[in-house]
Design a binder for this molecule. Structure first.
Ligand SMILES: Nc1ncnc2c1ncn2[C@@H]1O[C@H](COP(=O)(O)OP(=O)(O)OP(=O)(O)O)[C@@H](O)[C@H]1O
Ligand SMILES: [Mg+2]
Length: 272
């Protein structure tokens, strides 16, 4: 896949067609009397970057937490490659290929870079007895380095403690982990919220790098100009519903704002 001159990943011929890599149908979630998600439908296809946008409290993180296995929905279905799946935990979702990047929570600060990359999927070498084995530290460190290099991520040493890295570097590791494991889909919840301008650009490059490896990205952000540049489509959540699914090439940032605030919805009702 090549990059177009303005740096936006072009749609591959297959993007947006065929069975979605991940899809949700009729997802609902309430917290007591708060209805966070009412009935959400969303498709994400191979190689696509999809923005998930909406005002504070619209339900974006709730949807990501459901997709990543951290929360269970009250109703609805998650489809992975067209097959219904349920995740009892984040680890189950991760094992199924759903990798999630949060701003600060995605890494264990007391573990180093390669340990974070292999967390939950440690490699062992066979010991003298069949049931014995020990951690294959050297090969994990080597592979972690190669994975980070493939994604053009510069961290310094894979033995640095994650807790000593900057927000942007931590993001990079979490993204590196996602591509290194042949993940099916990458979810990013506000990856640029607390980052400097330069680091925000790095996250943008990482998103492009991941999607150019064929892994679709669902990107939650309040940074509308960035998502307009990066994403193929944006889905707009409003009061727990997806009220619009927009092609970025066909809308402006102002159009996005009017969907987020509900102004476009009001105008549409008026026209009906
Ligand atoms: N664990 C929880 N317990 C109770 N209410 C919750 C919980 N998590 C989310 N909510 C509520 O659900 C609604 C949706 O929250 P959510 O975090 O999904 O919004 P969001 O779109 O991610 O917002 P933001 O842009 O501010 O991150 C909000 O009204 C929120 O207060
Ligand atoms: Mg949120």
């Amino acid at each position: 896949m090549s990059f177009s001159t303005d740096g936006v990943v072009p749609n591959s011929a297959a993007a947006g067609t065929g069975t979605p890599v991940i899809a949700v149908r009729g997802i609902a979630k309430h917290f007591g009397s708060i209805q966070a998600l009412r009935s959400v439908d969303l498709d994400v296809h191979q190689g696509e970057v999809v923005g998930l946008i909406g005002d504070n409290g619209a339900g974006k993180s709730t949807l990501v937490n459901i997709l990543s296995g951290a929360l269970q929905p009250n109703a609805g279905t998650i489809l992975l490659d067209g097959e219904p799946v349920t995740f009892a935990s984040s680890l189950e979702a991760r094992r199924a290929g759903i990798e999630t990047v949060y701003q600060d929570l995605s890494l264990a600060p007391d573990l180093n870079v390669w340990q974070n990359i292999f967390l939950g999927r440690e490699k062992t070498v066979k010991g003298p007895l069949r049931f014995m084995g020990w951690l294959d530290r050297r090969s994990m460190a080597r592979e972690a380095e190669a994975d980070l290099e493939r994604t053009h991520i510069r961290i310094g040493s894979v033995t640095s403690l994650a807790g000593r890295l900057s927000g942007g570097q931590r993001q990079a590791i979490a993204v590196g982990r996602a591509v290194s494991w042949g993940s099916r889909v990458l979810l990013m919840d506000e990856p640029t919220a607390a980052l400097g301008v330069e680091q925000q650009e790095t996250v943008g490059e990482l998103v492009r790098s991941v999607s150019s490896h064929g892994v679709p990205v669902l990107l939650i952000t309040h940074n509308l100009p960035q998502v307009h540049r990066l994403a193929d489509r944006v889905a707009v959540l409003f009061h727990g519903h997806v009220v619009a699914d927009l092609r970025c090439s066909e809308v402006t940032v102002d159009d996005m704002v009017s969907w987020i605030t509900g102004a476009a919805l009001g105008a549409q009702h008026h026209a009906d």
